[in-house]
Every structure is written in C-alpha cells, then in structure tokens.
Design a binder for this molecule. Structure first.
Ligand SMILES: Nc1ncnc2c1ncn2[C@@H]1O[C@H](COP(=O)(O)OP(=O)(O)OP(=O)(O)O)[C@@H](O)[C@H]1O
Ligand SMILES: [Mg+2]
Length: 230
C-alpha cells in the first residue's frame, strides 16, 4: 500500500508531466506563428529583431519544459533498462559528438577507459545524456587552452569508476551542496544555461544505481566521479 507521502510525490510527478506536456502544444503554435512572421517582407528591421528575440525565448521555454518532462519520465520509470553498454564505446561517442565545441576555447579532450566496463540492464540513450551533460559542463566552464579528461578504472572490490575531469573555473564551497538542485546555476549568467543538466544527470544516475561524487577546487578545476556497481 502506498504511504501518503509516496502518493503525494507521485501526484506531483504526474502533475509536472501533464503540465509540461500541455505547455508544449501552445508553444509549438507560437513558434509556428513567429516563423511565419519572419517570412513577411513588409516587416521593419526593428520588428524583425523583435521576432527573432521572441523565437529565442520560445526556444528557451521549450528546452526547459522538455528537460522537466524528461526528468519526470525517468522518475516515473518510463524508460526501459534492457541494454548492455560498453563505457569505452559510450565515451568515444560522446567525445565524437562534442568535437566541434572544443575549438571555441581551444580545449584538448583525452579518453582513457581501460580496461573497459560493460554496464548491464542500462538505457543507452539515458547514459549518453548523463555523460553528455557532464562533458558539456566540462567544456562550458573551462578556460582557454584547458583540458578535459575522461578516465575509467576498476574500483576495488568490485565495480568501476568513470571520471570526467576538467581544468575549468571550479565550483565554490557554497554552491556544492545545491549543485544538483533544479535551476541552480551558481554564478552563471548565460541565458542559455538552465541549471537542469546536472539534475537530469543525477536522476539518470539514480535510476541506474550509479553514485556521483564531485571534487572541485575553485580556479583549478572539477572532477565528477561516477561509481558503477559491480
Ligand atoms: N564542470 C563544471 N565546472 C564549473 N562549474 C560547473 C561545472 N558543472 C556545473 N557547474 C556549475 O553548476 C551549475 C549547474 O550545472 P547544470 O549543468 O545543472 O546547469 P547549466 O550548465 O547551468 O545549464 P544546462 O541546464 O544547460 O546544463 C552551472 O551553472 C555551473 O555554475
Ligand atoms: Mg550544464
């Protein structure tokens, strides 16, 4: 039998899922309307700019809502976990996916996942998102000419650790305790930072029984450790 607390949690989850889903439809309509306005040749440059700005806002809203929807879908156990995933392969795929973004800050990315580790009973897409979000942060909060290291090693007595290490700006002691909270952005002011990437990462890790540990020194860099059970 469900306890009252469990019941109210699942009610809240269902509400978030339903509300997010409902919001996506009118937003798609709004986006469509803005797209159409852009093809209006009588539009002044000033108004054109306003429409483009509005399109960006709609895009941001959709990204936030999709992320919330994703979190609630994971929490509601709507993703099957039936795949076996090689971490060496996953690291290689994520590295490949971010190659273009390394050039902006002149970053070097190295991968050393040896020996490999195979995760059983996993959802490959979700594990990709988990690693992609961590590597995305390692890129975004790095410094010019910095490094990113993706390192895998067995963990005694059983299990495995995958580390995402960067030489970026680091995370303050004040921010660390709320790092995985939804919408926490620390001192980040970038309008395209939503403070949701780590919250998604944590939800995916919980689903797979992966423990996350963070070590960071301000001004020097950050290391995220993923502990996979053996
Ligand atoms: N590797 C890192 N180095 C320094 N700061 C970090 C790092 N990873 C996360 N942070 C801090 O934690 C905050 C939350 O990260 P999170 O990934 O959840 O959101 P975000 O990057 O701001 O936006 P998004 O939702 O687009 O990922 C960031 O805004 C940043 O302040
Ligand atoms: Mg992020």
């Amino acid at each position: 039998m469900m306890t009252t607390i469990q019941a109210s949690f699942s009610k809240e989850r269902k509400f978030i899922a339903d509300a997010s889903h409902e919001l996506l439809t009118p937003l798609a309509a709004l986006q469509y309307r803005f797209d159409n306005m852009l093809s209006d040749e009588s539009l002044s440059d000033e108004n054109l700019l306003r429409v483009v700005e509005s399109q960006r806002t709609v895009h941001r809203l959709r990204t936030i809502i999709k992320s919330l929807l994703m979190i609630s879908k994971i929490e509601n156990d709507q993703f099957p976990r039936t795949e076996t995933v090689s971490l060496a392969q996953l690291v290689a795929e994520v590295s490949e996916e971010v190659q273009d973004r390394l050039a902006v800050l002149n970053l070097t990315l190295t991968q050393e996942v040896q020996p490999d580790f195979v995760v059983q009973g996993a959802n490959r897409g979700l594990l990709f998102t988990l690693l992609f979000n961590l590597v995305g942060n390692a890129i975004k909060y790095n410094r010019e000419g910095g490094q990113i290291m993706l390192l895998g090693r067995p963990e005694a007595p059983a299990g495995y650790v995958l580390e995402v290490r960067d030489t970026g700006r680091g995370i303050s002691k004040e921010q660390l305790p709320r790092l995985f909270h939804r919408f926490d952005k620390g001192s980040t002011t970038d309008p395209d930072s939503y403070g949701l990437g780590l919250s998604i990462a944590r939800t995916i890790a919980d689903l797979h029984g992966i423990r996350i540990e963070v070590n960071s020194i301000e001004g020097l860099g950050t290391s995220f450790l993923l502990f996979f059970p053996g």
